[in-house]
Write a protein that binds this ligand. Structure first.
Ligand SMILES: Nc1ncnc2c1ncn2[C@@H]1O[C@H](COP(=O)(O)OP(=O)(O)OP(=O)(O)O)[C@@H](O)[C@H]1O
Ligand SMILES: [Mg+2]
Length: 342
């Protein structure tokens, strides 16, 4: 406790970011240090789990020190340790969980495990101090694509999800076949701005009537087929047109379903969460559609959309305030269904 404020120190290491944050009273960010391994994995075209875990191990102590220094606090001031316990790469998660447990034990602090996606949702509480549940959420990240009803700070009900690839995964795969490199999402977003979204018609997959589920693997295959056919015919490929047409096909479906879900739930609020929430087309299309339907759209700043410690600290703070506690027997979980997140 510092200046009568409740301080949470949060650890996030589920993929390729070693991230530690310190928050005051759950929503005020005192520090949010992110050590990204993106530059390392550019050379591999994607994250190599074993290498990610090793880098977390090498970096984490330094990131802890930097987070404390930037927040201008000491471990004595910290009231709660929060940590991502899953889902993610198990070796990567383990480094965060083991370090958080060691710190909690050594400094005699309570510890709380957090579902990574509850963290992505909570990024919005940091960005928008007045935002309160309930609301509709569109979760769009590297491993998840869901429409959910966020009922309160610790409970979500999943309304729909992807039956195959997550949006971020589809972006990364399409970027790879277009030779754009890793991570593909931001690269497609950028190059698509120079392309014509109507140049190639890729099929929009809405699935059954009223379904809030998604499927992106067919679209990914359609892009691949388009590129292969063009190659066989010796035609030149306009990468910007392919990227723009792919992106439009994704967004037509995703934004329609998300807005429909928000209308049906009737909370008047649609919240974006996850790395893909920083996509400029998604933001622009949803803004227009939400304005038309008088739904208030919430989108975090890009730095809070992708993996960071602050979002985990915020989600952990609300779990703790609700009376939940984890023990030093906490484990890392590669798979953790969002429907069971608490
Ligand atoms: N501007 C963008 N447009 C589209 N996709 C983007 C953009 N920025 C980031 N992404 C995508 O977001 C994903 C990274 O987001 P995030 O860090 O939330 O995923 P993750 O942590 O790997 O997965 P999860 O959160 O599901 O465990 C990547 O797939 C990346 O390509
Ligand atoms: Mg994530």
């Amino acid at each position: 406790m510092k200046n009568n404020k409740f301080l949470t120190m949060a650890f996030e290491s589920s993929c390729d970011e070693t991230a530690i944050a310190i928050l005051a009273d759950g929503r005020e960010v005192l520090s949010n240090v992110i050590s990204s391994q993106i530059d390392i994995f550019k050379n591999y075209g994607g994250v190599v789990p074993e290498i990610a875990a090793r880098h977390h191990l090498e970096n984490i102590n330094e990131v802890v020190d930097e987070a404390l220094k930037k927040a201008d606090v000491t471990m004595e001031d910290i009231d709660l340790i929060a940590v991502t316990e899953g889902p993610g790469l198990v070796g990567a998660l383990l480094i965060g969980v083991a370090t958080a447990k060691a710190v909690a034990f050594a400094c005699d602090k309570p510890i709380i495990g957090v579902h990574h996606i509850m963290g992505h949702v909570a990024a919005n509480y940091i960005e928008f101090p007045q935002l309160e549940p309930p609301f509709t959420a569109l979760i769009a990240s590297g491993g998840h694509t869901n429409i959910a009803e966020v009922k309160n700070y610790t409970e979500v009900e999943i309304i729909g999800g992807t039956r195959d690839d997550a949006i971020g995964e589809a972006y990364d795969k399409v970027a790879r076949v277009l030779g754009l490199g890793y991570p593909g999402g931001p690269k497609i977003d950028k190059i698509a701005k120079e392309g014509n979204p109507d140049a190639i018609h890729f099929k929009r997959v809405f699935l059954e009537k009223d379904s809030m589920d998604f499927s992106f693997s067919g679209l990914k295959t359609a892009v691949l087929n388009h590129l292969n056919i063009a190659k066989q015919k010796g035609e030149e490929i306009n990468r910007a047109d392919v990227a723009a047409s792919f992106q439009q096909a994704v967004m037509d479906v995703v934004t329609e379903k998300a807005v429909q879900a928000a209308k049906e739930m009737g909370h008047g609020k649609l919240v974006l969460a996850g790395g893909v929430a920083s996509n400029s087309a998604l933001r622009a299309i949803l803004k227009k559609k939400c304005d038309e339907e008088q739904i208030k759209l919430y989108v975090p700043s890009p730095i809070l959309c992708t993996d960071n410690g602050a979002m985990i600290g915020c989600a952990g703070y609300y779990k703790y305030k609700e009376g939940q506690r984890s023990g030093l027997d906490m484990d890392a979980h590669a798979n953790m269904p969002l429907s069971k997140a608490k």
